[in-house]
Design a protein around this ligand. Structure first.
Ligand SMILES: CC(C)(COP(=O)(O)OP(=O)(O)OC[C@H]1O[C@@H](n2cnc3c(N)ncnc32)[C@H](O)[C@@H]1OP(=O)(O)O)[C@@H](O)C(=O)NCCC(=O)NCCS
Length: 329
């Protein structure tokens, strides 16, 4: 039996920095090539914020776009959840900064730290909190300024990431449209395969730790790749089961845009034809928590999905964390 949704998407929005960094630009920074990056990742370019422009700047823009799309105002928002690992500062939560910027005076606001799974973790939180607390309007944002923690001398990682923000406005489901299932999972035993070990209480900021580049992204690419494919397949299966939906029924799968090869491997496991899988990693790179909401907004506004479409979303990230959801738009 298909689950009756309790929460639905009322509007979507996105904002990315204007500045574009191409593979050719990266060839001037590290020993790499356009051919290598394209063949291994599918990425051609990424948007990069000007130094010092914080996440909240783009998050407020994406939020305003989602509010306009939903026909809602900042004052109507009860709750703001922001998935990110690159907030403006360690505290307060960047969600509180966004609250002030968009005039959401009645809202509670907090950040969620689940790396690339931040948006789907936030979606499950939003669903639960709307059911239990009776909220009417929730602003869910996924956003990153990953360029602020990239080591621009490390060719293993600097070619992969980009900056941007996506946002959705959620309200109580009125009928059969809405979030049909959410599934989240993590395994901290793998935390060292993808992490930024510096600047927290483990390795507090010091000249020595900054010299060692502990504040930047460290990654075991092959391990991440291997776990990403199996975990994303597991999460999507769980979310489909919970929703009572067969994979063939999906109108579109929106996978986390980390790498075209991971996306293709997941698609192959589910025997999905490429036209049913949304891809924009070529233009944005991996924007972590922002990648699914940016893709969702693009897919809607390009007419790939519309009211009534059945959409799967699936992700994997540092932690390790992984998650999936099925929605009827
Ligand atoms: C990072 C990734 C693209 C690397 O691809 P790979 O096929 O595993 O490549 P390897 O790491 O085995 O490296 C192969 C060679 O390319 C080199 N290389 C690494 N980065 C390079 C770059 N940007 N340009 C050129 N060569 C590069 C390596 O040094 C290595 O050289 P060697 O054989 O002389 O040692 C791939 O592992 C991956 O996509 N992992 C998942 C990353 C990810 O998505 N992370 C975020 C998850 S949310």
């Amino acid at each position: 039996m298909k689950k009756r949704p309790c929460i639905e998407i009322l509007g979507t929005g996105r904002a990315v920095p204007e500045r574009i960094l191409t593979n050719q630009d990266l060839e001037k920074l590290v020993d790499t090539s356009d051919e290598w990056i394209l063949a291994r990742t599918g990425i051609q370019q990424r948007h990069i914020a000007e130094p010092g422009v914080p996440l909240s700047f783009f998050a407020a823009q994406a939020a305003q776009a989602a509010l306009a799309d939903a026909g809602a105002s900042g004052e109507e928002i009860d709750l703001i959840i922001l998935g990110t690992v690159t907030g403006d500062s360690k505290f307060p939560a960047t969600a509180c900064v966004v609250q002030d910027l968009i005039g959401a005076k009645s809202a509670a606001a907090f950040d969620v730290s689940a790396a690339c799974s931040g948006f789907l973790y936030g979606l499950q939180l939003a669903e639960s909190m709307m059911a239990m607390q009776g909220y009417r309007r929730i602003l869910l944002i996924g956003g990153e300024i990953l360029s602020s923690m990239v080591n621009w001398k490390d060719r293993d990682t600097c070619v992969l990431f980009g900056d941007g923000v996506g946002a959705v406005v959620l309200g109580p489901a009125q009928g059969s449209h809405g979030v049909l299932s959410t599934y989240i999972k993590s395994d901290g035993a793998f935390r060292d395969f993808l992490h930024s070990p510096g600047c927290g209480s483990l390795n507090p900021p010091s000249h020595e730790n900054v010299d060692k580049m502990l504040h930047t992204i460290h990654m075991e690419g092959r391990e991440v790749f291997r776990h990403a494919v199996t975990s994303m397949a597991d999460a999507l299966n769980q979310a489909l089961d919970q929703a009572g939906v067969a994979v063939e029924e999906l109108d579109l799968l929106i996978p986390h845009q980390a790498n075209l090869r991971i996306i293709e491997a997941v698609g192959k496991r589910f025997r999905l034809s490429p036209d049913k899988i949304f891809v924009n990693v070529d233009r944005f790179g991996n924007t972590s928590a922002a990648s699914i909401p940016i893709a969702l907004d693009e897919a809607r506004k390009a007419g790939r999905i519309a009211s009534g479409s059945l959409v799967g979303m699936v992700t994997f990230g540092a932690g390790f964390t992984w998650a999936a959801a099925v929605i009827r738009l």
